[in-house]
Write a protein that binds this ligand. Structure first.
Ligand SMILES: NC(=O)c1ccc[n+]([C@@H]2O[C@H](COP(=O)([O-])OP(=O)(O)OC[C@H]3O[C@@H](n4cnc5c(N)ncnc54)[C@H](OP(=O)(O)O)[C@@H]3O)[C@@H](O)[C@H]2O)c1
Length: 271
């Protein structure tokens, strides 16, 4: 989608973390926004900020794990701004914890939020996009979806699911005027779930600023890029190496403290 000006986007996870950065980057390109998350007042803050950039912005508070809420979201976004051209499935949760101590409810909550909700929202948005022969779906995955980390295995499973969904659906959509991309950030500094830990990532893993993730979203839509990894360090190369020798990459990540980082975070979450 070369020209984003005047297009309508629906962005999930817009109340905090990376969402407001993505909202601002799209607004600067002239994209009208329907913004969603559960926290209504924080959503209003994002909406006010982006509407000051000269685009339409509507806040529609919804829990994306709720099917009735998802339907209401699509209808509300379309009623407010017009047909949805861009869907960005950014909302996500991660709970770092020893797997056998993770409650079945939290496992289900992670799968519902990170995987089921993006797939269903896409299912709801795509028919209209295909009928209009214009549209783009962006999935916010993670480098964690390329190489599962200990204490974050459920999160990794959901994020790997988004990568493979995008690969399959993107090809299925070829020639329809509609496409799909997946973004795989590593650790993000300054805002979002990792920044909230208040720690630095191990050097091998590296950190990226949230603007880089937002820029990647815009670039993926404008240039129809299948998959973008956002990571400054050698870890971005590790996904290539992992395809060749997963055991070696596991050893490297263990050796350079990445897995110890997760173990410590799991310990912190228990106290
Ligand atoms: N930050 C990183 O280092 C990093 C790295 C790689 C990938 N990612 C991915 O980037 C995306 C954004 O992460 P973030 O760092 O911005 O996380 P965050 O700061 O924790 O924000 C998560 C967003 O998702 C929304 N959300 C969570 N559960 C929801 C639900 N059931 N219904 C509706 N909205 C819900 C939250 O809003 P409410 O709580 O108001 O509902 C919030 O807006 C996620 O998919 C994450 O996996 C992040």
């Amino acid at each position: 989608m070369k020209d984003l000006r005047g297009k309508n986007a629906l962005l999930t996870g817009a109340s905090r973390g990376l969402g407001p950065y993505i909202a601002r980057a799209l607004a600067k390109k002239g994209v009208n926004l329907a913004l969603t998350a559960r926290t209504a007042d924080a959503l209003q803050v994002t909406a006010k900020e982006v509407s000051a950039l000269g685009v339409k912005a509507v806040a529609i508070p919804v829990d994306v794990t709720d099917q009735v809420g998802r339907q209401r979201l699509l209808e509300g976004a379309t009623a407010a701004n017009g047909a949805i051209d861009i869907l960005i499935n950014n909302a996500g949760i991660e709970w770092v914890c020893e797997y056998t101590k993770l409650s079945p409810e939290l496992i289900e909550q992670m799968i519902q939020t990170n995987l089921v909700a993006p797939l269903i929202l896409s299912r709801l948005a795509l028919p209209e996009m295909i009928a209009r022969r214009i549209g783009h779906v962006v999935m916010m995955s993670s480098l964690g979806g390329k190489k599962g980390s200990p204490y974050s295995a459920t999160y990794a499973a959901t994020k790997a699911g988004l990568i493979e969904w995008t690969s399959g659906v993107r090809e299925e959509l070829r020639g329809t005027g509609v496409s799909a991309s997946v973004i795989c950030p590593g650790f993000v500094s300054d805002a979002g779930m990792f920044a909230e830990y208040g720690k630095h990532a191990p050097r091998l893993a590296g950190e990226s600023p949230p603007d880089k993730v937002a820029d990647a979203v815009v670039h993926a839509i404008e240039s129809d890029v299948a998959e973008i990894t956002v990571n400054p360090g050698p870890k971005r190369l590790l996904s290539i190496a992992n395809a060749i020798s997963p055991g070696t990459v596991t050893w490297l990540l263990r050796r350079f403290g990445v897995y110890e980082f997760y173990r410590q975070q799991a310990e912190d979450n228990q106290t």
